[in-house]
Each structure stands twice: as structure tokens, then as C-alpha cells.
Design a protein around this ligand. Structure first.
Ligand SMILES: [Zn+2]
Length: 270
């Protein structure tokens, strides 16, 4: 691999498209580094075990799609996001990644059932050259009010929050959430203005889960589709999603002057 492992990335630095961002260890929350749930990762083919350069999407040997494959920093073999024997401490994963002969692209954090964290994955929402975010992603970051970082491609965002996913509710449009049996390739390229450690974001997680059945509800909401807001409240019968105003909740009337802030509030119907 030609990846320059010595290249470090400062928080907020513009993404480089032919190499993954990070890892920037100082930008990774202590609460995550303290858990023994770290792997490394490389891009490769699970079918024929070929390792490819970062950014190569098709295996040159067999034509299968490549993926980000987790590596066990202790054995050097494939890791599994469901086998804790293949995970290690953050420092050990970082040291393995930084070794000359390893083909890894970065480090990854594994979400586990006994851990308190939920990972929120926002795909294709960031311009890697300017750092500009799509409005729906900026809203998600604001609403979760937790630690957020740029994804390895520079085109997405990872939010790490404290919370629990409701049963079966893990995705809504562009937003995917994980709390178990999954890892995030973490860059440590922290989003300015977000907390440095994961914070509780249960309300936001609940909203995304509840709206999972409404295709692209989040995007529509953010374009100010107030009818969809009302529909969502009616469908779910548990939350009003809109403004933090009791008046809105009691009457289900809509006040165009208040805008759409996507704050979950307990609904009179619940
Ligand atoms: Zn292959």
C-alpha cells in the first residue's frame, strides 16, 4: 500500500480523497479510548482476501465489491464485530496501524451490547473539499448535541452518543444507527462546536427510530414539509415532532412562524 501512515490530520482539515482521513488520536473521545473494543481496518475483498488500495471498489482478482474489513491488531487476521476476542485496547490498535508492514488504513471502534454508545452514521452529507454539510446532516448534529467527527472518506459524519436504540429502529432515510455488532472507522477529525465526549441523545435517537417507516421523512422534514410533520405525529401517536411548544402539542395546529426545529416532545396522544 502507498498510504502515508505518517500523515496526520488536524481537526477540520479538508478531506483527501485518495486516502482516508485520520486517525487523529487526540480527536477521539476518552470514553471510547477507554474501552477495549478497538480494531484496525483495511479495504479488501472478503471473497478472495485480496487487499486493495483505499478507494478501490471492485476486487481486481474476482470482481466482487470491496469493503472495509476489520483487522484484529493482536493476530493480524480478520476481526469480527461480534467476537470480543478480536478486539483490543485503543493504544494497541493504533500501534498496530502505525507499524510499517501493516496494510491497515485506520482504527475502528466496535459497538457492543454492554457498551453505552450508539453510533449514528450520516452518509453522503459533506463536501470533502469545503467541509460544507447538507442541512439535514447539520440538523442531526445539532439535535444529537453529541460528539461528531468526519468519516474516513470525508463525505460523511459519525455521531457517537449515549443511548439505546428502540427495538428494530435503526435507520431512517440517510440516517443509520448502530449499538451492537458493528464498527465505525473513526478518524478523530472532530466537528468543531460539538462536544468532545459522547452525550446522551436519547430524544434524537427516538425520533429517528420512530420515523424509520416514513421514507425519507427526515429530509422532507428539513425542507419544512409541515404536512409530513403532522402525519408523523398522527402515525406514531406518541410524539409530536416539531416545536417545543405545549400549544403545538395540545392542539396539533401548526404555526408557520415557529419553523421546524425537530425537537421531540411527549405528545398529548401518548
Ligand atoms: Zn476478490
Amino acid at each position: 500500500m502507498s498510504t502515508d501512515k505518517d500523515a496526520s490530520v488536524d481537526a477540520g482539515e479538508v478531506g483527501i480523497l485518495n486516502a482516508p482521513l485520520g486517525p487523529a488520536p487526540e480527536g477521539i473521545p476518552t470514553a471510547l479510548r477507554d474501552r477495549e473494543a478497538w480494531v484496525c481496518w483495511h479495504v479488501g475483498c472478503r471473497n478472495c482476501h485480496t487487499t486493495v488500495e483505499y478507494g478501490v471498489e471492485t476486487c481486481p482478482e474476482c470482481g466482487e465489491d470491496t469493503s472495509k474489513i476489520p483487522d484484529d491488531p493482536t493476530s493480524g487476521r480478520y476481526a469480527s464485530s461480534t467476537d470480543s476476542a478480536t478486539w483490543t485496547r485503543f493504544e494497541a490498535a493504533l500501534a498496530y496501524h502505525e507499524r510499517e508492514h501493516t496494510d491497515t488504513e485506520g482504527v475502528g471502534y466496535v459497538f457492543t451490547e454492554d457498551g453505552p454508545f450508539v453510533g449514528v452514521d450520516l452518509d453522503n452529507c459533506r463536501d470533502p473539499e469545503t467541509g460544507d454539510l447538507d442541512p439535514w446532516a447539520a440538523d442531526a448534529i445539532e439535535r444529537c448535541a453529541s460528539y461528531a467527527a468526519v468519516s474516513s472518506s470525508g463525505t460523511g459524519i459519525h455521531i457517537l452518543a449515549v443511548g439505546e436504540l428502540p427495538e428494530g429502529g435503526n435507520r431512517s432515510g440517510n440516517v443509520e444507527m448502530y449499538e451492537d455488532a458493528r464498527y465505525f472507522a473513526l478518524t478523530g477529525v472532530h466537528i468543531d462546536g460539538t462536544p468532545e465526549e459522547p452525550q446522551s441523545a436519547q430524544d434524537a435517537i427516538d425520533v429517528y427510530s420512530l420515523y424509520g417507516g416514513l421514507t425519507r421523512a427526515t429530509g422532507s422534514l428539513l425542507r419544512g414539509d409541515v404536512d409530513l410533520l403532522a402525519l408523523g405525529a398522527a402515525v406514531q401517536g406518541r410524539w409530536c415532532v416539531g416545536v417545543r411548544r405545549p400549544r403545538f402539542c395540545r392542539s396539533h395546529t401548526r404555526d408557520p412562524s415557529v419553523g421546524v426545529t425537530l425537537t421531540p416532545i411527549p405528545c398529548c396522544a401518548g
